[in-house]
Design a protein around this ligand. Structure first.
Ligand SMILES: C[S@@+](CC[C@H](N)C(=O)[O-])C[C@H]1O[C@@H](n2cnc3c(N)ncnc32)[C@H](O)[C@@H]1O
Length: 312
């Protein structure tokens, strides 16, 4: 973890209180803490850093995440392919991340890609801001993203058909920035950052994957600056009882709260209509991006992800 991140961090277990983390560094290289601990000065919770990777999830043991598929080698191959297929000159590669990035105006200050998975949108945001952090609950996704960042490449076995795989090496083009990016493990519902830190916050395809989507939006709102900030939220709104109890859905139902469409309700939340988010946003535009998840050589899911872009 780049050591200057320390000044942006707050203990995610103490939220909404702002408790700072104190670093014990055991191994350091240039500006990176490679091995060490971050200890909360208030509650004493300890967040390890191993191989440069900071684990800032406040309750990893309570998390059902390990069982939900994002940690499996299959999911990792699928996401690497879906995010970086264009680097293989794959004619079926998705242009979705470029399209989302085109919605973000370049600006000064740091950006946060919440639920970054293996990091394609984080790499896209690196061109738009001073510094960008990708955060995800999946350690395997974040480890892969960090490998792409540090080595500039990653070798992966892409599923062809049945038990057949194809070994490929994804190489980050020389033209992509890699000097202003970091990836950390953490929870989108308890972000390990101080309030009003980010000039740009993005939440792509994660709202319907969380047990408490409203808590995630409140956290996204908390860490965004109160002025001169951009927010991009995009989601297919595939609400599921397996992920979140219906009463926590932000749409896709007839009962209150949040009856109706997810995009309309999130737009209203950002605008401040429900007075749930303390600082309101101005809505710039809404639309959708066709997004693709590859599963094997002959199969992908085509997903309509509906977005709202806002500023304040
Ligand atoms: C459908 S994927 C979308 C990934 C990426 N944003 C994209 O658009 O390609 C959902 C992501 O959310 C992550 N995720 C699920 N629950 C999370 C949580 N509580 N906190 C942070 N990330 C989470 C998953 O590991 C996965 O990477």
């Amino acid at each position: 973890m780049k050591d200057f991140l320390l000044q942006m961090l707050a203990c995610p277990a103490c939220l909404p209180a702002h408790s700072f983390l104190k670093a014990t560094v055991r191994r350091h290289h240039e500006n990176d803490i490679l091995e060490g601990d971050l200890r909360c000065e208030t509650c004493g919770q300890c967040y390890p850093i191993h191989d440069g990777l900071a684990f800032l999830d406040p309750f990893p043991a309570r998390s059902p995440h390990r069982g939900n598929g994002y940690e499996s080698p299959k999911a990792l191959a699928s996401y690497l392919w879906s995010h970086f297929g264009d680097l293989l000159a794959d004619p079926e590669a998705s242009a979705a991340y470029r399209k989302w990035a085109n919605l973000v105006a370049p600006d000064e200050g740091p950006a946060l890609d919440i639920g970054s998975a293996v990091g394609r949108f984080t790499f896209e945001l690196a061109d738009k801001c001073d510094f960008v952090i990708g955060i995800d609950k999946s350690a395997s996704f974040i480890r892969a993203a960090r490998e792409m960042l540090k080595q500039g490449s990653k070798t992966v076995f892409l599923p062809e058909e049945g038990l057949l795989n194809r070994e490929v090496t994804l190489r980050i083009p020389e033209t992509w920035r890699r000097d202003n990016i970091e990836f950390v493990v953490g929870d989108a519902q308890a972000l390990p950052f101080r309030s009003e830190t980010f000039a740009c916050v993005a939440s792509l395809n994660i709202v319907d994957k969380l047990p408490r989507p409203l808590q995630h939006l409140a956290e996204m709102n908390r860490v965004a600056r109160h002025g001169q900030a951009q927010a991009l939220v995009s989601d297919p709104f595939s609400w599921s009882q397996e992920v979140a109890e219906e009463r926590h859905w932000l749409g896709g139902k007839t009962s209150q709260p949040f009856a109706g469409r997810g995009l309309d309700n999130i737009t209203a939340l950002l605008r401040g209509d429900h007075r749930v988010l303390p600082t309101a946003w101005q809505i710039e535009n809404r639309g959708h991006v066709w997004w693709k998840i590859r599963t094997h050589a002959n199969h992908f899911e085509l997903i309509r992800s509906c977005y709202v872009k806002a500023r304040r």
